[in-house]
Design a protein around this ligand. Sequence first.
Ligand SMILES: [Zn+2]
Length: 240
Amino acid sequence: MSWSWEAAALAPASAAGFLAWAARGRSASVFAPSLWRGAPGRRAIALTFDDGPSEYTPRLLDVLARHNVPATFFLCGRNVLRLPQTARLLRDAGHEIANHSHSHPRLWLRSPGFILNELTAAQRAIEDVCGLSPRWFRAPYGVRWFGLAEAQRRLGLTGVMWTAIARDWTLAAPAIAHRLLRAASDGAILCLHDGRGLAPEPDISATVQAVDRLLPALLDRGFHFETITPILCPTTSHNA
Ligand SMILES: [Zn+2]
């Protein structure tokens, strides 16, 4: 293709667009391998909660227990160190625990060393407090960057994005439930929040109320709930 002023003028915009998609697109694996939905053909849904544990998490656990539904919690290392008993409560209730970085930074423009330290510190905090090593990582704000692939590889982590995100940090409970009901499909990974980054005592009442509405509706539609490991590796978990 020959050079033209027109092409030169468009190039920066499309390069920036590509970079934004690579960093934040739910199906992008440019910076690091990442999964965003389970296998089709199985009536399974994975509920995932980011940014915990928080002071509010036990109320969410009550709702999940009432409906007998397992979920996956992407925890921040600093929150685990702040609320170790709540982190162990999650583990003891049979939910899956995953890594959501140590201090919830945007990884955009950060050095590979910074990214590795963030993932490692969270992994160590969860290992020390819960006695298990997560195998799944979700980037804060969904932002991936150079160096993340190597950090994930060194820690044995695989990236997980989402099929649908609840926007539960801004919407009211009926809107959250409606949005997720519309997005429900075989193998869907739904992203909600039981915290707000590292903020202490976050109000996640809208999320808790939305989950209480959502679960019976999804069960009525014939879905069952799985954590991330069985929804992404159904064969492995059946053999286990
Ligand atoms: Zn987050």
